[in-house]
Design a binder for this molecule. Structure first.
Ligand code: 13P
Length: 344
């Protein structure tokens, strides 16, 4: 089947009460790892690419790899999502290339670093909603700012500096008409999120629940949601790496989020750790090897394992064929009709 709408995937997830992992990719092996994990667990898929990934893969390589994924895994509903679009133009170019979902991150200015104003965020996000929905493409927006920097994108703040204000979130959803809302509740991108296991002081699940109560019909998105498992850190360090001790977002907190409106969970770092650990292990144990496949295969397998585990933990496993995908043209028609494609 062709790439599908993220809105429909999230509507179905809301109906079924589960979450869907959104996994970042830059190359073929990562895409293969996700598709294999999805086939094994019978999961719908969100693959996402940041601006950094698009430039690394010269954009079209990535797009054609995704087309290959839809050909080779025709039974899997698969979304191609732009992660952290920094401007209306970036979102436009992603839509033109065939992304079926885009994030307009207007919480930061187009430099991808400076926190913006509410007015700027509304106006940029609304513009993207108008042009994306006309093509049936889904839009994620963000209110509040995450901590950290990822692929050169991020305010570089700690996760608590720009938490989402629940009333502002309500106003933002109303004024933009977006499909999914990313919120800031104390997480950050990258491996160094927390210096110890997070508590209610550092990871504000209470804030998330408050937002969900005010916006029960809005699909919430948790960014910076890698769990940074100690086992993966240990493998890297055992084979010559130098990661400092660190903590991520515990899976049980994500599961609490899923009970409270979280439908999309962004994971990148855990897969990066799994890949790097597997490659380091081969380099350490078999220094005579020089065929890239000797380390890329275990790397792909290590990522597949992490993704399959998250798909099961988030609850998307087994939901591969609960529904027939709605073509984007039909989604566009439904957005035009009443703004709510789920109710059409
Ligand atoms: P992690 O760094 O926690 O994997 O977060 C990824 C992310 O939020 C991508 O937008």
């Amino acid at each position: 089947m062709p790439l599908v709408s993220m809105r429909q995937l999230l509507d179905e997830a809301a109906r079924g009460g589960y979450g869907v992992g959104a996994f970042n990719v830059n190359n073929m092996e990562q895409i293969q790892a996700i598709m294999e994990a999805a086939r094994e667990t019978k999961s719908p898929v969100i693959v996402q690419a940041s601006r950094g990934a698009r430039s690394y893969s010269q954009d079209r390589f990535l797009y054609h790899l995704m087309l290959a994924a839809t050909e080779l895994y025709p039974e899997i509903p698969t979304v191609l999502h732009l992660d952290h679009g920094n401007s209306v133009d970036t979102c436009k170019s992603a839509i033109a290339m065939g992304f079926t979902s885009v994030m307009m991150d207007g919480s930061l200015m187009p430099d991808g670093k400076t926190p913006s104003t509410f007015e700027y965020n509304v106006s940029a996000t609304r513009e993207v909603v108008e042009l994306a929905h006309a093509k049936g493409v889904t839009v994620e927006g963000e209110i509040g700012c995450l901590g950290g920097i990822e692929d050169g994108h991020g305010a570089g703040l700690d996760g608590l500096s720009h938490l989402t204000d629940p009333d502002q979130a309500v106003e933002f959803v109303k004024q933009t008409g977006l499909d999914a809302l990313a919120i800031a509740i104390g997480t950050s991108h990258g491996a160094y999120k927390f210096t110890k296991k997070p508590t209610g002081e550092t990871l504000k699940m209470g804030r998330l629940i408050e937002i969900h109560k005010k916006l029960p019909g809005t699909h919430l998105v948790m960014h910076g949601s890698s769990s940074v498992p100690k086992e993966l850190q240990d493998i890297i360090n055992q084979y010559g790496g130098k990661l400092k001790p660190t903590w991520g977002v515990p899976v049980e907190e994500i599961q609490l989020g899923i009970k409270n409106g979280v439908r999309k969970i962004n994971v990148d770092t855990d897969n990066r750790l799994a890949i790097t650990g597997a490659i380091r292990k081969v380099f350490f144990e078999k220094p005579e090897e020089f065929d890239p496949r000797s380390y890329m295969k275990p790397a792909r397998e290590a990522m597949k394992k992490v993704v399959a585990l998250r798909m099961t933990q988030f609850g998307q496993a087994g939901h591969i064929s609960d529904y027939s995908p709605i073509p984007l043209e039909e989604m566009a028609r439904r957005y035009q009709g009443n703004g709510n494609p789920a109710a059409a």
